[in-house]
Every structure is written in C-alpha cells, then in structure tokens.
Design a binder for this molecule. Structure first.
Ligand SMILES: [Zn+2]
Length: 71
C-alpha cells in the first residue's frame, strides 16, 4: 500500500511546525517583556539589533548565537 502524505484539507505539517515554533517564540518574548529582558540575547545578554526584532519580534539570540536550524 502506498501511503501518500497528500491528505486533502490538511495544512502541511512542516508549515504547522514552523508556525508553532514562531508562536512559542512570541510567547517567550511576551514573558521576557514582563521581566525586562526582551530584546536581548539569551546567551550573551547583548541587545538585539532593531532590524532583527523588526524581522523576528520573537528573536532571542544575537546573530552570533542563533541556534542552527537543521532538517
Ligand atoms: Zn549572543
């Protein structure tokens, strides 16, 4: 039996994953707004560039400490 993953009416699982991780980032960002650490790198504590926050409001790492996304 061929099990195609072309299920009609379902959003692509990868897109859902990306969305869920983005929402997770935003939730964390909101929590960090509360404790005053929003906009700083979680690793080195440097302030993130404004353009990084504009691009990804939920960013938690400076360019040097961005987690490597693989797969
Ligand atoms: Zn950093």
């Amino acid at each position: 039996m061929d099990d195609d993953d072309t299920t009609p009416g379902l959003v692509d699982a990868g897109a859902l994953d990306a969305l869920a991780s983005e929402m997770d980032d935003i939730e964390r960002a909101l929590a960090r707004l509360d404790d005053g650490s929003y906009g700083t790198c979680e690793v080195c504590g440097d302030r993130l560039p404004a353009e990084t926050l504009e691009d990804r409001p939920g960013a938690r790492h400076c360019a040097a400490h961005l987690p490597v996304v693989s797969g």
